[in-house]
Write a protein of this length. Structure first.
Lengths: 112, 462
């Protein structure tokens, strides 16, 4: 199994959710995140004093998937998140040892 | 303040219209202090919001009592040496009858005294904005008592009390450009030069935590200021009160637009904080001058003040003094602008026949008088406030510890937090955590490691 994590622009969430649903993904976890990459932050002005705000709001999407689907899923998310502008974010995957569905006790791919 | 024009033959009788108006004006001026608290409270970071609110609210408590006990007597009692007033009947307000009229006016002494009380309350509260995040609440309370006693009560006498030196010199200060705004701004400067900067000044971002709160405060100030300004004529039988009322609106509008224009050109955006600040700058500048200038003059006063204050708030970064919420940049500078512009724009058709450089015989006489009033109040307040802060710092200490300042003065001094974020959104986690801590016999987790609130072990929400 793989855990796919995507840190992307918040307003792309709906697109990504739809893309995942048509792919057949039944669940995902979304958290609000903040950070910066190459685009850095933005500037705000308060009574003439300029503040550079480094951290930009992002969302982090996490999806568990079977190994075979991982590559295609990453592509799907990246495509849905892409705007072509700087700050679109990142998607990556890491191996997962095990997973348990809490209600039934099923383990492994059955728990997905 | 209106000169006491009274002929023995027709001594004024009580006017219920004026009395009613002045009671409402008093309530409006009182509302400015909570308005100011929100204006300042929104501008600080989350961790010192409550302290900022309390620094204003405590003034409503302390100064009210002092004003009744001896403040009114010191400011508006019989003159002694052009410097201070004292009338023993005014001490504790014991010798004031409910139908006694304020000499020369159509309102009871009680009404005049309570109206002026509200000015004494808001003036020291104005100072608090410069001291954000770092002053012990107990030290602030003691400072309040000493400052109004040694600075505000005498200065109000100089400017508005019959026999006060500035009043007798003919300095025009309709509603408090010198006595309130320059006085508070100069005091703020004196105190911050002594107590120093906030931890992280010029390094850490210190963004306002809630601009909607700032806008709410600015709106309340604008509204209450009509009482402050128009009420200062103590009645409206000669049309000067209404002139002041319209000029208040006009100058404030002009100043807000001027500030927004300035920052649009300089920084590329019309900011919310700029609109609120510009409005307050205009209110400050028209406060001394609104009874003397024409409505067109009010546009000029407001516009000049808006641009000047927008430029002045940047000075603290260049000169390195931490005027946290720009009390100096807005109130002192705005007060000076408004007071001095009387010397140019006084039309001679408002509260008195004195004219400025642009009117009448183009004389500089009134301008020099204004300079004397501005300089005298500014110097006195700056020096005495700095000395007061120095003495308090050496005895009881003015500042909280660096640790308390960084982790937040609200918890250190008031044992509270302004907002419960766990309840606002995603509330499950926050309440689950504090409930777990409570069940384990501990304190709510947010209080741990805080020695003061450690005393309070009761769980707030069961």
């Amino acid at each position: 199994m793989k855990l796919i994590t995507a840190v992307v622009k918040p307003y792309r969430l709906d697109e990504i959710k739809e893309a995942l649903q048509s792919f057949g993904v039944h669940g995902l976890t979304v958290t609000e995140a903040s950070g910066y990459g190459r685009q850095r932050g933005h500037t705000e002005v308060y009574r003439g004093a300029e503040y550079t705000v480094d951290l930009v709001p992002k969302i982090r999407i996490e999806v568990l998937t079977e190994d075979d689907d991982a590559e295609e899923l990453i592509e799907t998310i990246a495509k849905a998140a892409r705007t072509g502008k700087i700050g679109d974010g990142k998607v990556w995957s890491v191996p997962v040892e095990t997973a348990v569905r809490v209600r039934t006790g099923e383990r492994g791919p059955d728990a997905l | 303040m209106a000169p006491a024009i009274m002929l023995a033959a027709d001594a004024p009788k009580l006017s219920s219209a004026n009395t009613g108006f002045m009671l409402i004006a008093s309530a409006l001026v009182l509302l400015m202090t909570p308005g100011l608290a929100f204006f300042y409270g929104g501008m600080v970071r989350v961790k010192s919001t409550l302290n900022m609110l309390m620094m204003s609210f405590i003034s409503m408590g302390i100064v009210t009592i002092l004003w009744v006990l001896y403040g009114f007597s010191m400011s508006f009692g019989t003159d002694h040496g052009s410097l201070i007033g004292w009338t023993s009947d005014f001490v504790g307000w014991t010798g004031i009858g409910k139908m006694d009229l304020w000499p020369g006016y159509t309102i009871p002494v009680f009404v005049f005294a309570v109206f002026q009380m509200m000015f004494a309350i808001i003036t020291p509260a104005l100072i608090s904005g410069a001291l954000a995040d770092r002053v012990k609440f107990s030290a602030w309370a003691v400072f309040l008592v000493l400052w109004v006693t040694i600075v505000y009560f005498p200065v109000a006498h100089w400017v508005w009390g019959t026999g006060g030196w500035a009043y007798e010199l003919g300095v025009i200060d309709f509603a408090g450009g010198t006595a309130v705004h320059i006085n508070a701004g100069a005091a703020a400067l004196g105190v911050i030069l002594v107590i120093g900067k906030r931890v992280g000044f010029k390094k850490d971002p210190m963004r306002p935590h809630s601009l909607p709160l700032v806008m709410l405060g600015a709106g309340l100030l604008w509204f209450g200021w009509f009482g402050f300004n128009a009420g200062s004529w103590l009645g409206n039988d000669d049309g000067v009160g209404p002139l002041m009322f319209v000029n208040t609106q006009i100058a404030t509008a002009a100043a807000m637009l001027a500030w927004l224009g300035y920052e649009k050109i300089r920084h590329g955006a019309c900011t919310t904080l700029g609109a609120a600040s510009g409005a307050v700058a205009g209110l400050v500048a028209i406060t001394p001058s609104g009874g003397a200038v024409t409505p067109l003059g009010a546009i000029a006063v407001g516009a000049i003040a808006g641009v000047a204050c927008a430029a002045a708030v940047g000075l603290k970064f260049r000169l390195g003094y931490d005027d946290s919420l720009d009390v100096v940049g807005v109130h002192m500078v705005g007060g000076i602008i408004g007071s001095l512009l009387i010397g140019f724009f006084a039309s001679g058709k408002g509260q008195s026949t004195a004219t400025g450089v642009f009117y009448g015989d183009h004389s500089f006489t009134q301008l020099w008088k204004q300079c004397a009033g501005v300089g005298g109040v500014l110097a006195y307040s700056l020096i005495v406030s700095a000395v007061l802060a120095f003495l308090l710092d050496k005895t009881i200490g003015m500042r909280v510890t660096q640790d308390e300042e960084i982790s937040g003065i609200d918890r250190a001094e008031h044992a509270e937090s302004a907002y419960d974020y766990s309840g606002a959104g995603g509330g499950v986690l926050g309440s689950a955590l504090s409930a777990a801590a409570g069940a384990a016999g501990g304190k709510p987790s947010e209080n741990q490691g805080d020695k003061k609130s450690g005393k309070q072990t009761k769980k707030v929400d069961a």
